[in-house]
Ligand binder design. Structure first.
Ligand SMILES: Cc1cc2nc3c(=O)[nH]c(=O)nc-3n(C[C@H](O)[C@H](O)[C@H](O)COP(=O)(O)OP(=O)(O)OC[C@H]3O[C@@H](n4cnc5c(N)ncnc54)[C@H](O)[C@@H]3O)c2cc1C
Length: 434
């Protein structure tokens, strides 16, 4: 019987160190330099100068790239421990970089480790793990995101070379990336899930044309790091294929599942940060002769936020546990569930925190509007809420399906009649009157 909600003291001491380190040493980077693409800009000499000593400290504590196994320089902690770490790291956009576990590099490293050839690992994986390279994952297309059956970007063989032709969209950090992992239909004759392949494309490869960069809300038009790419007759040898032809979806599932749960873990931190601010404001702002904390409606904000956050956190940890236990089907359903909940809980808690800060909450001097703008991103990226709800519903329905087809429509009255018949002698009413 092992339903244990305690953390081993040794690991707790690591978490305590991380908590203080992130608050004292890392969060100030968000305030000073912002948090959109800056943390990913690993070639920037100023950022390097500032972040290298912080990364060294993390390595010294043996907390670098903990999502990876020891063979790749990580600790192989598993998802539950990662959840406890990420619920600290998510407070800061810089922290995952300082700890070597930032998306999309973390997922890209995992698939390179699992499917890369020795040469690919040496060229791309090791420097990525060392925090020296920036990578990009290029899958979504301008006219097809959540439905890959609509993908149009194609590759075909011309002699010894693959030729890629098509467009990708919202390929984050493609402009600063050293290499892209691009998902392309290589066999349109079979279902897309079997006919799509992944390619490793180095920076500067002829034919990779960035048509424009989209930014997120608040960033001036024409700036931003989400690239609309035209792959215009990009020619690659076989050795740039990651995994075998047709394997892209099997590979993608490995990285997307991990990516989604890690986003959810970090969302706990963002919600907690908003709840911290909500409480600090409630205890410090005096209105109508008393602090806001005395107003029942504000108390309701705090109580609802706390309850939602703790429910969400438990669901995330339970999901992480399913992954660690190797419960594949369960994990898939639960990952979709936490992906949906992440956007909803973030929405509710940030809205309340923002409101109690009044004008200050709406300003660029507080991080609340930025957190607020993150809500729709959380609901859309890595698959929209609606699609994940469909995944959850399908699995729940599957578990309720009788082995011999549909439930009869008279199922519930039948069950009631059977139960009442069983206890008929104790019931006042005649079972026949049902
Ligand atoms: C900040 C950010 C970063 C991103 N980074 C990357 C990246 O690095 N690489 C990459 O490849 N992609 C990236 N994406 C793209 C992201 O993965 C896609 O936006 C996502 O998969 C949804 O695709 P779409 O935008 O084309 O929306 P669509 O697929 O067009 O869906 C639009 C809307 O239609 C509705 N909908 C869709 N399907 C259903 C359904 N089955 N039932 C009911 N309603 C439905 C939903 O409301 C959905 O939000 C990023 C997105 C964001 C916001």
């Amino acid at each position: 019987m092992a339903w244990d909600f305690e953390t081993e003291p040794e690991f707790q001491s690591k978490l305590d160190w991380m908590d203080e380190f992130v608050r004292e040493e890392v969060e100030p980077l968000d305030l000073a330099f912002g948090g959109s693409a800056a943390p990913y800009d690993r070639r920037n000499p100023l950022y390097k100068k500032i972040t290298n000593p912080l990364k060294d400290e993390v390595r010294k504590r043996e907390l670098w790239a903990c999502h990876l196994g020891p063979d790749l320089g990580g600790k192989g902690f598993g998802q539950v421990k990662l959840a406890l770490m990420n619920e600290i790291l998510g407070r800061s956009a810089w922290a995952p970089n300082i700890f070597g576990c930032q998306a999309p590099d973390s997922g890209n490293a995992e698939i390179l480790a699992a499917y890369g050839t020795e040469a690919q690992k040496q060229k791309f994986l090791q420097p990525l793990l060392d925090g020296e390279l920036v990578s990009c994952y290029s899958m979504t297309e301008p006219h097809a995101g959540s439905d890959p059956k609509e993908f149009r970007c194609r590759a075909w063989k011309d002699g010894d070379e693959w030729v890629i032709q098509g467009e990708k969209y919202f390929s984050s950090h493609a402009d600063i990336a050293d290499f892209l992992i691009t998902m392309v239909v290589t066999d349109p004759e079979v279902p897309v899930y079997q006919g799509t392949s992944m390619f490793l494309i180095e920076k500067g490869t002829p034919g990779v044309e960035i048509k424009r960069l989209s930014g997120l809300a608040g960033e001036p038009l024409g700036t931003g790091h989400h690239a609309y790419i035209h792959y215009n007759d990009v020619r690659l040898p076989d050795e740039n294929l990651l995994g075998g032809p047709g394997q892209a979806f099997a590979i993608a599932q490995k990285r997307l599942g991990g990516g989604r749960i890690h986003h959810a873990m970090r969302t706990i931190a963002q919600c907690r940060k908003a709840l911290d601010m909500l409480c600090e404001r409630a205890l410090s702002r005096v209105t109508q002769g008393e602090v806001l904390a005395k107003k029942q409606m504000v108390q309701e904000y705090i109580a609802d936020s706390f309850i939602q956050l703790e429910q969400f956190r438990l669901l995330v940890l339970y999901t992480a546990w399913h992954i660690d236990q190797g419960h594949r089907d369960k994990a898939r359903t639960f990952i979709s569930a936490v992906k949906v909940q992440a956007a909803e809980v973030l929405h509710d808690i940030v809205r309340r925190a923002l409101h109690v800060h009044g004008a200050l909450g709406c300003s660029n001097e507080m991080p609340l509007v930025k957190l607020w703008a993150g809500v729709p991103l959380m609901g859309v990226m890595d698959g929209p809420t609606e699609v994940h709800k469909v995944t959850v519903a399908k699995q729940v329905l599957k578990e309720h399906q009788p082995s011999d087809g549909l439930w009869p429509s008279e199922f519930l009255p039948d069950k009631l009649a059977t139960a009442r018949a069983k206890y008929a002698e104790h019931l006042e009413h005649d079972v026949g009157n049902l």
